[in-house]
Ligand binder design. Structure first.
Ligand code: GRF
Length: 201
């Protein structure tokens, strides 16, 4: 059984796609051990609680400096003992100690076709604003492993989405979520869990 934890910062629609996938059996051999957010007001925490999943907030506001927050965050992650960490709309730069300790065991969903519109400053709506500004006809989403860079790890899966003439950033974001993010992130977890099953035996 692959034990995952999901790190979130906002609405949690990607978390919900994972919760639904595990409940429906489209994500097999997987247990969600906990959800951690840096944002006490994240609706994603409410989604976790409704699903009976332990939900925790580790907020930078509760710590004197970045190092203390990083240490507390990593301590909580370690306490949950995950096989895989899923970043789903998580807007915090991970402590280097964490990316080293969980090398090749952290994945992220990014709302563009990496290497387009990614890296520092490209998150949430900003990604779609940049895509519309550039005038691309196709965008999409990417699931990738997390390394010490920003959106630079090995790509696991991508799915393309058409950009339409009168798209606003909000309309485009919703289409990318519905048609790409909520599809490829659960699929990626299911595939990793299947491989994990082989290691289990
Ligand atoms: C999504 O666009 C996701 O790609 C990005 O954060 C946004 C919010 O995601 N990483 P969620 O609704 O909190 O899952």
């Amino acid at each position: 059984m692959l034990k995952i934890i999901v790190c979130v910062s906002g609405g949690g629609t990607n978390l919900q796609a994972i919760i639904d996938g595990v409940e429906r059996g489209t994500i097999r051999n997987t247990q969600i051990g906990g959800v951690i957010s840096n944002n006490a007001g994240a609706y994603a925490l409410e989604r976790a609680r409704k699903a009976g999943i332990p939900a925790y907030c580790i907020s930078p506001k509760d710590y004197g400096n970045r190092q203390e927050f990083n240490d507390a965050f990593l301590k909580k992650v370690n306490s949950l003992g995950p096989d895989l960490i899923v970043l789903a709309g998580f807007l915090v730069i991970l402590p280097e100690k964490m990316t080293q300790a969980y090398k090749d065991r952290i994945i992220n969903i990014h709302p563009s076709l990496i290497p387009s519109f990614c890296g520092t400053g490209f998150y949430g709506l900003k990604v779609h604003e940049a895509a519309l500004e550039r005038g691309v006809k196709v965008t999409g989403a990417t699931v990738h492993y997390v390394d010490e860079g920003t959106d630079t790890g090995r790509i696991i899966a991508q799915k393309a989405v058409e950009v339409l003439e009168d798209d606003t950033p909000e309309i485009l974001q919703r289409r990318v979520m519905e048609q790409a993010e909520w599809v490829i992130l659960p699929e990626a977890i299911d595939r990793i869990a299947a491989e994990y099953r082989v290691l289990d035996t």
